[in-house]
Design a binder for this molecule. Sequence first.
Ligand SMILES: [Zn+2]
Ligand SMILES: [Zn+2]
Length: 364
Amino acid sequence: MKDYYEILGVPEDASVEDIKKRYRELVRQFHPDLNKGDDDAAKRMAEINEAYQVLVDPKKRAEYDAIRKGGGTFVGDPFNRGEGFDFFDSIFRDFFGDFPFGSPFFSRTAQRATARGPDVTLEVTLSLKEVVTGTKRSIRFFRMEACEACGGTGAKGGKFVTCDRCHGTGVIQNRQNTPFGVFVTQTVCPTCGGTGRTPEETCPVCRGSGVTKKERTLELDIPPGVEDNDVITLKGQGSAVKGGTPGDINVVIKVVLPQGWRRKGRDLYTEVHVPYYNAILGGKVKMKTATDEEKELYLEPGTQPGQEYVLAGEGVPDKNRRYRGDLHVVVKVDLPTKVAPEEKQMLERIKQLYEKDKKRFGLF
Ligand SMILES: [Zn+2]
Ligand SMILES: [Zn+2]
């Protein structure tokens, strides 16, 4: 479709005044009287006149805008030869070029939408350890691939005949008369999918679909640092479709954190349970990191319930492995629900000490 706005060099929201002003400038530049014998200038002027006549008239302009937004091909008015210009000729050359479909009313720019095969969605569940270290996975999956028997054409032996419905043009056209000429909308021929040909005989292997189901194995490298619901996309590795390009594979990552673990960006949070005497006296406590390594955490004497220790660099790495978050360990102090007689005696003794010397212990 001709872009009248582009021809005049005005924005789509240009006012009538702007359009008139611009037109006067262009006339001064391209008027045939000023460009005697210059064919290009004459053609340009014809185009400018055509664009101006539509855009300067609010009613015509509104219709033109509607058609322009609706898509399709505006073929101009082949019977309006303009005034003093080789109008007819220039419009025809612009719109129809070399008449590919044997009729001047078919636009050369008939567009066949390229089909795209379906995406294949896979899911992978990772442990926290795998998220921290990165991992590889072999995933078995099914996808549609081009039928080997017919080369993905759907036609037995790859043999075709001209499509009856569109007579080989690949398009079905609709003509509409508008104030600016004939407006042709075209749709892809549904019988042949725009190829202009149909199978002489349907391929028996794929029943004409051009694709067959295949089981494949995907060797997937998963970088460290991925998050729950991240999607890894492998472009063009999904299912094939006849006459189109394959879809993608989308691998959805699911991360299962161990019980009692949380993640916040690159940082991890976990808990460590310590007996009450350990919290009071301080000392070592064994715990596991995100990569299942055993670590000893040094509690300072007088550690409080809920106190947090930070193991720097024991969190989740970013995707470039340049930085690793921290592991925050929250201390949970376990109090016994039952005590042995001897332990009870000792606790009674501690109680006496406390009560005797409240000041020294700084309590109560
Ligand atoms: Zn057809
Ligand atoms: Zn086939």
